[in-house]
Design a protein around this ligand. Structure first.
Ligand code: AMP
Ligand code: MG
Length: 434
């Protein structure tokens, strides 16, 4: 794939306006910008949870390996059943899981069999034990209680040898780790984790452990970013707080570009910012400064930055740069709206749209058409069993507590207007089952 300049990508987006960019256009732009990191590593399966499968995993086995019983009962030959009358058969032995019955079985004979036991040769049907009458070795199978082939699992029915068991790009979940084990794999080939260097900018920021002097605030963005990157399966590289000084910013960007596939900064990208972050970004990389039609998270820089020699990035043309706004909620919202999908694509993960809930808003919400809003909400079950969502108390983009108290983001789409109480809205839940 040839590497496009940012201007080339922009020119392919109809009606591109960097000063009022709809969220969908920004997402499409970023999709065109990123390329997957191709490096692969071999891991023990328990270390591969949450990692991206590098290639199709083809089954080397039939699952199950042989025809076997799905019930505890009696294995028999379906052709020996009498049809409209009861059938009497002689029980000549027992098969257990792990110790199948190995003898040959005659026409009017049957074998007691346990669930999961390999079917004795020539037998194709299992009658469950609760259906039959047993008297010594005489087993009476009532008419109509079973048909040929019932209660038998066929060899390869779950997965046939040579079939794709797990497709490339799969983010491995608990069931997949079990599948790998069931197919006899101790190790699996996964994509290398996407390396993401990140730092905060702003002279007012202090790191935890430092004293908080007047006018300063603790840097929280590096911690939420670290946590979101961990959850996403990326490799976070924490570069600390960088002061608003051109030489220090330049050194930080160059080091980040030389060691990472992506760089995330927070702060310093708003219009009218007095600091040097934007200038240094523009000087060192191919960078665009956007005002996105969204709330929170309007200012954002996007680009590509080359780390010069010793470049480590898997991205052609240099590390991808996401210059996020400084406000703590805006950082999280822009990460979820733009960075998350980009990093998953860079990590080789197959695209899976996020599930959205449809929930009744418990209050009216004011919303201007022409921008996407992400409001903090709390989703719960209403008395009628339907989902409902309450708007968080504070919606300020600097109020991190509003994210902590919420369990989902209410997504008010670009064209949407005011929401009436009781109206259904889209909600992105923060957490899922696995
Ligand atoms: P900026 O986009 O740099 O103008 O920052 C917007 C607001 O977010 C300011 O109030 C900053 O103090 C605050 N802010 C910026 N970076 C951080 C950070 N890393 N942690 C906490 N607050 C921040
Ligand atoms: Mg700042």
């Amino acid at each position: 794939m040839p590497t496009l300049t940012l201007q080339q990508i922009a020119s392919r987006i109809g009606g591109y306006d960097p000063n009022a960019l709809p969220v969908e256009q920004a997402q499409a732009f970023i999709r065109a910008l990123v390329q997957p990191v191709l490096a692969v590593e071999q891991l023990p399966i328990r270390s591969a949870l949450g990692r991206v499968l590098a290639g199709n995993l083809v089954s080397r086995l039939n699952v199950p390996a042989a025809d076997n019983s799905a019930m505890d009962g009696y294995a028999l030959r379906g052709s020996g059943l009498a049809g409209n009358a009861d059938t009497v058969m002689r029980n000549i032995g027992t098969g257990f899981a792990g110790a199948a019955f190995a003898g040959s079985v005659g026409a009017a004979e049957c074998v007691r069999i346990m669930t999961g036991t390999v079917m004795p040769a020539g037998l194709d049907t299992v009658v469950p034990q609760e259906f039959v009458r047993v008297d010594g070795d005489r087993v009476t199978v009532p008419a109509g209680s079973v048909r040929t082939g019932d209660n038998r699992r066929l060899k390869g029915e779950d997965l046939a040898c040579g079939e794709v068991a797990l497709a490339a790009g799969r983010v491995l979940r608990p069931a997949d780790i079990g599948m790998l084990a069931s197919l006899g794999h101790a190790e699996v080939a996964v994509r290398r984790r996407v390396r993401v260097a990140f730092f905060s900018t702003g002279n007012e920021l202090r790191s935890v452990g430092e004293p908080l002097d007047a006018g300063s605030v603790y840097d929280s963005n590096r911690y939420t970013l670290w946590a979101m990157l961990e959850r996403l399966g990326a490799e976070p590289i924490d570069m600390g707080v960088v002061r608003d000084d051109p030489a220090q910013l330049e050194a930080a960007f160059l080091q980040a570009a030389a060691s990472a596939d992506a760089i995330i900064t927070s702060g310093g990208v708003s219009v009218g910012e007095a600091d040097h972050t934007k200038q240094v970004m523009a000087r060192l990389g191919d960078v665009l400064f956007w005002r996105i039609a969204m709330r929170p998270g309007r200012p954002m820089a996007i680009g590509r930055m080359s780390g010069g020699s010793g470049q480590h990035s898997g991205q052609a043309g240099g590390a991808i740069l996401f210059g996020l706004p400084g406000n703590p909620v805006a950082v999280m919202v822009t990460f979820y709206a733009f960075v998350r999908e980009a990093l998953l694509a860079m990590g080789g993960a197959a695209h899976e749209p996020l599930p959205m809930l449809r929930a009744a808003s418990s209050s009216a919400i004011r919303k201007k058409p022409g921008r996407t809003e992400y409001q903090r909400g709390f989703v719960s079950r209403a008395a009628n069993g339907e989902w409902q969502v309450a708007l968080g108390r504070s919606q300020g983009s600097g109020v991190l507590r509003s994210m902590s108290e919420a369990n989902g983001l209410i997504v008010l789409h670009h064209a949407q207007g005011d929401v009436a109480a009781g109206e259904t809205v889209d909600v992105l839940p923060f957490d899922g089952l696995i």
